[in-house]
Design a binder for this molecule. Structure first.
Ligand code: GLU
Length: 315
């Protein structure tokens, strides 16, 4: 077993030009937590003098609500967060198909026609994951031929490796053993929808993304994404995970949980400068009561300096 470590230590050296992105799933109206992540992603791209991309992750057609793309764009503009290019994953299916074909040609994938119930049973039978971890698919279809009568998902035959990633902001390191803690995960579902982990890896690489700033909920997904990048011969971007916003009970805001939407604040006549200020203050920044996103750049630069970034851009 090898340990392939993608750790960063000491000072972070910045390649130029940096490319960052905000990649919302248009499944509902943006709430303040989404807005805070969007703000930080924008501040990061701009603090580095880089490009900023907006990518709608709209592959999961069953969950997508198309009107939210428009609302999200308006919310971002209202908050003063611009972008240099926009993408929609649903328009890039051939790009994912090509990448999948490469892995398949290399013998790294296999079709799987197990039902959800069969997989659950296999996990129970195999004693599953260590207590408290996500259930790990035990690779049943690696050895059993797929049933030609059923639609097949495509799984990645994960390498027998432990992958470690260090977050460039928190400096935390996470190591995961791929077979033991992750398992052969799905790249394309049996309804033909490309899976999030796969599309995100292909997109970040092909869009030249150097800096992935996103919510801390995706930190546990990072080692498998790094592993997939390596299998596809893609570079690994820098990862920065930021805390999710929580409500007064300490529970994370959720689109379905009735968290107030940015749209409601915008349409209700609230001033964007006060909302931006509230987002900054929720991070512990001593921002004035009204502030623009651009005026927060010094706060983010200070945070980056604390994390060991050396910024020579004068933007
Ligand atoms: N689309 C994901 C979400 O809205 C974010 C993906 C990412 O930043 O890697 O949670």
């Amino acid at each position: 077993m090898t340990c392939a470590c993608a750790s960063l230590s000491g000072m972070t050296v910045l390649p130029a030009p940096a490319v960052g992105r905000f990649a919302p799933s248009p499944t509902g109206a943006m709430h303040l937590g989404n807005a805070r992540t969007a703000l930080l992603a924008w501040l990061h791209s701009r603090a580095l003098g880089g490009q900023h991309l907006l990518r709608f992750e709209d592959l999961d057609t069953g969950r997508v609500r198309p009107w939210t793309c428009d609302t999200t764009r308006r919310d971002l503009e209202w908050l003063g967060l611009d972008w240099d290019a926009e993408y929609r994953q649903s328009e890039r299916l051939d790009v994912y198909a090509d990448a999948l074909a490469r892995l398949t040609a290399a013998g790294e994938t296999y079709p799987c026609t197990c039902t959800r119930r069969e997989i659950q049973q296999a996990i129970l039978d195999s004693a599953g994951a260590p207590h408290g971890h996500e259930p790990v698919y035990p690779g049943t279809c690696r050895v059993h031929a797929a049933d030609p009568g059923r639609p097949a998902a495509i799984r990645w035959r994960v390498p027998d490796e432990t992958v470690c990633v260090t977050d460039a902001l928190t400096r935390g390191t996470l190591c995961q053993n791929l077979p033991g803690e992750v398992g052969d995960f799905v790249l394309r579902r049996n309804d033909g929808v490309f899976a999030y982990h796969f599309a995100v890896v292909v997109d970040d690489a092909l869009m030249g993304v150097t800096d992935v700033l996103r919510g801390a909920d995706l930190w546990p997904a990072t080692p498998r994404q790094v592993a997939l990048q390596r299998a596809l011969g893609f570079p690994t971007p820098r990862y920065l995970h930021v805390p999710l916003m929580t409500d007064y009970r300490g529970e994370r805001l959720a689109k379905r949980g009735g968290a107030p939407s940015v749209q409601a604040l915008r349409e209700g006549g609230e001033a964007a400068s006060r909302v931006v200020s509230a987002l900054a203050r929720s991070l512990g920044w001593e921002a004035p009561e009204r502030v623009t996103a651009a005026e927060l750049l010094p706060f983010w630069r200070a945070r980056l300096a604390e994390a060991g970034f050396f910024i020579n851009s004068q933007t």
